[in-house]
Design a protein around this ligand. Structure first.
Ligand code: ARG
Length: 462
């Protein structure tokens, strides 16, 4: 056991308590950001004349060499240390001697870990944005290919009105676009540097917090030292945004699972993203989509875990806050894995367009348009609704579509039916007449897609 705080103690810590308290098994992910933060801190200490330039150079070189050795496998991060901060400081002192003992001047592990988490979370926001842009680009390409692929649109999982595959996919485009914009908001709000807050009340050294903030790419320093060391709002916001991404992925997965079922047969999932059964030779299961749906609950759990951890914590730092890490790492790892795999699965999905179109034809998805046809011939909408309702009942009985009835038969329901009814209720007409912005007609969709293209080319996090 190599702790930073031996001086005040006469006895040694209980072994179980040591393990219980230690965070190195998971905060070792902070190796790189801790080195970056410590180097910026040393640079600032030298600029302010608190340490010498030689000491600063030794510290920076020493930290870099530790990082390289760990990355090359020449130095192992072991449980001998309480956390990654202790590991780095102990190794630095071992390598450069007394100068290493100065790196923690004007700093506490409380502002150090707050900085590490922000730097780490910032890079993950950037990664999430890349992954969200990828899924948006895949969707954009699929939409362009399917402006006239007809399918039923559903409400209550009952066939409702005809739409196109491009339009259906466009709904997910909007969801992931909002997710991406959320990443930008979160980054903007969290981009302030807590370093220099000390344990809770700043320090008596003449630190230049603006300088370290600038060196580390933040807009500026945080403005209250107690809040700086105990704020985890940005993680909660981030995890809420991750939960929303997962909710979108889960809804999409659910649809793919339904579309992949024997009954629907709208899609064929590529073999690369399906698994078989150990007993039933005919099976090809959508396990990846199911697991994405399943892992959504886990990411919600991570968010709940941190919210609950934070709710009773008095100012300022308390050790409970160490619990933020495993929850956040789990949420970010799972969301990124799911998003990556899901995007690949989506890009390789094959659509059975004939089955989709047939399903739209056979589901009375043109019933509203048939009623609108009668309205155009002068019938009040409520009466038209009732006529078409009776017509549908008749078709259900005959196991046919409205379009299958002869004009003579149609006329027994209303004299207003003419030969032009067949064109008026064709899938193509039903979709093409829905021209308002946001509706499924190819013309309306083309306008939306040029807005999407502009969004995809001009999006930036800054
Ligand atoms: N491992 C700790 C955490 O993750 C680092 C901060 C320790 N600070 C302290 N006062 N014990 O929160």
């Amino acid at each position: 056991m190599a702790q930073l705080w031996g001086g005040r103690f006469t006895g040694s810590i209980n072994e179980l308590a040591w393990d219980f308290n230690a965070s190195i098994s998971f905060d070792k992910r902070f190796l790189e950001v801790d080195v970056t933060g410590s180097k910026a801190h040393a640079q600032m200490l030298a600029k302010q004349g608190i340490i010498s330039d030689d000491e600063k150079d030794a510290i920076c070189k020493g930290l870099d060499s530790i990082l390289t050795d760990v990355q090359n496998g020449q130095l192992e991060i072991t449980n001998k240390y309480e956390d990654i901060h202790s590991f780095l400081e102990a190794n630095l002192i071992e390598r450069i001697g007394d100068a290493g003992k100065k790196v923690h001047t004007g700093r506490s592990r409380n502002d150090q870990v707050a900085l590490d988490m922000r730097l780490y979370a910032k890079s993950e926001v950037i990664r999430m944005s890349e992954l969200l842009l990828n899924v948006l680009k895949v969707l954009d390409g699929m939409m362009k290919d399917n402006l006239e692929t007809y399918m039923p649109g559903f409400t209550h999982l009952q066939k409702a009105q005809p739409v196109t595959l491009a339009h259906h996919l466009g709904a997910y485009f909007e969801m992931f676009k909002r997710d991406l914009l959320r990443m930008k908001d979160i980054l903007n709000r969290m981009n302030y540097c807590p370093l220099g807050a000390g344990a809770l009340a700043g320090t008596t050294y003449p630190l230049d917090r603006e300088y370290t903030a600038e060196l580390l790419g933040f807009y500026g320093p945080t403005l209250n030292s107690m809040d700086s060391v105990s704020d985890r709002d940005y993680l909660i916001e981030f995890m809420a945004a991750l939960s929303t991404v997962m909710m979108h992925l889960s809804r999409f997965s659910e649809e793919i699972i339904i579309w992949n079922s024997n009954e629907y047969h709208f899609v064929i999932i590529d073999d690369a993203y399906s698994t078989g059964s150990s007993i039933m030779p005919q099976k090809k299961n959508p396990d990846i989509a199911e697991l994405v749906r399943g892992k959504t609950g886990r990411v919600y759990g991570d968010l709940m875990s941190l919210l609950t951890t934070m709710k009773g914590i008095p100012l300022a730092y308390n050790k409970d806050m160490q619990e933020d890490k495993e929850a956040f790492f789990d949420a970010i790892d799972n969301t990124q894995n799911c998003l990556t795999l899901f995007t690949d699965m989506l890009a390789t999905l094959k659509f059975d367009k004939a089955a989709m179109e047939k399903s739209a034809m056979l589901g009375f998805t043109n019933a509203t348009d048939a009623a609108d046809y009668l309205v155009n011939k002068g019938m009040p909408f409520r009466d038209a609704h009732s006529v078409i309702g009776r017509l549908v009942l008749h078709c259900i009985d005959k196991k046919c579509a409205i379009d299958d009835l002869s004009l003579q038969e149609l006329k027994t329901f209303s004299e207003s039916f003419e030969e032009d009814i067949y064109d008026a209720i064709s899938l193509e007409t039903c979709v093409k007449k829905r021209l308002t912005i946001g509706a499924p007609s190819p013309d309306a969709m083309k306008k939306v897609m040029s807005i999407n293209d502009e969004f995809l080319t001009s999006f930036s996090l800054s």
